[in-house]
Design a protein around this ligand. Structure first.
Ligand SMILES: [Zn+2]
Ligand SMILES: [Zn+2]
Length: 344
């Protein structure tokens, strides 16, 4: 079958012909209809140190949807023909975190597109326990974006306390930033979305969604927030970028006792003005991945239209155009870049 493969411990990905997967008794074979590129896939593309322990070669992709074409004898609740999407991480189910409902912190998790073959291919084998049904109202392309929306939902709903009328500054206007901004707004916050010069296209999407945007390379974010809040500062800063200066900026723009949630993945240690955090009693915390329940909640938010999903898609490309697709995502001329395996 046709697939996007990471085969060498060096930058790049390639289009390749690989064997069609064989399913285990508890797995289904999914004919992939859409598979999106995630920010973390760009780290794999560049082969940054965070991914040096990945399996090679591997079929990439953990954000996908499709139709079941084969089901093993132990599969329950799903059948051939069902439209589905899957969680991206297989938690071990046995560690202390898994056993206390915190599967996103599992000590021994397996990730599609890193440890096992992923969804940027014509077919993928998936354990049925990771599946979620894709409602008829949602397209396969929207289905592929439920995984990143589930992440954003966990970061915002589970990890960032919000009150009606809060000012939330979302730093970064990539897919997670734009999903999170929509969720903060749904939760009753006033939202500002920031970016840099290279984010021109993403700013357009953010503005199309009705958000006020701030280009931090051209405007003084701290001054804007100070003026907006009568000198007090934002209630929440949400760091949805891997740009190191954003963390220090977050601690400067929140009010005393304000909250900073960091979800960016950084290539190196980041400097934080800790004395500011201490004296101003700022809460600084991380948030990672999603819980299984976040998937069904995200499907519901997408189906009702409360969160706009497909608006984030800027590119739809065949698997053959792997390098072009990754370059579009990396250069940020695109927001969400999606492979459609049926395209040639
Ligand atoms: Zn992802
Ligand atoms: Zn576990």
């Amino acid at each position: 079958m046709r697939a996007v493969v990471k085969s060498k411990p060096a930058p790049g990905v390639e289009f390749a012909e690989v064997p069609k997967p064989k399913i285990a008794p508890d797995e289904v074979l999914i004919e992939v209809k859409a598979a999106a590129i995630c920010g973390s896939d760009l780290g794999i593309y560049d082969y940054t140190p965070a991914y040096s322990k990945m399996r090679l070669p591997v079929v990439m992709g953990h954000e996908f949807s499709g139709r079941i074409v084969e089901a093993g004898p132990q599969v329950k609740g799903y059948a051939v023909g069902d439209r589905v999407l899957a969680e991206s991480v297989k938690a071990c189910g046995a560690c202390a975190y898994c056993r206390s409902g915190q599967e996103n912190l599992c000590d021994a998790s397996t990730l599609f597109g890193i440890h096992v073959d992923g969804g940027m291919a014509e077919y993928i084998a998936v354990p049925y326990k990771l599946l979620h049904r894709l409602p008829e109202e949602l397209s396969y392309e929207a289905g592929a974006l439920i995984e990143p929306l589930s992440n954003a939902l966990h970061f915002v709903k589970d990890c960032t306390p919000i009150r009606l009328g809060d000012l939330a500054v979302v730093q970064g206007c990539g897919p997670i930033g734009l999903f999170s901004a929509q969720l903060f707004r749904l939760a009753g916050a006033e939202v500002m979305v920031t970016g840099v010069n290279v984010d021109t296209e993403r700013f357009k999407i953010a503005e199309g969604l009705g958000f006020e945007t701030v280009n931090v390379e051209r405007e003084d974010l701290a001054k804007i927030v100070t003026e907006r809040t009568g000198g007090r500062g934002a209630d929440i800063a949400f760091v949805a970028t891997g740009a190191p200066p954003a963390v220090a900026q977050a601690t400067q723009i929140v009010k005393k006792r304000g909250r900073v949630t960091v979800i960016g993945i950084f290539g190196r240690p980041v400097e934080v003005p800790m004395t500011q955090v201490v004296r101003r009693e700022i809460t600084l915390s991380g948030a990672y991945d999603a819980k299984p329940e976040n998937f069904d909640q995200s499907i519901s938010l997408a189906r009702s239209g409360a969160v706009k999903v497909e608006t984030l898609i800027t590119h739809r490309l065949p698997l053959e155009k792997a390098s072009e697709a990754f370059e579009a995502a990396k250069s940020r001329v695109g927001c969400k870049v999606v492979f459609i395996p049926q395209l040639r």
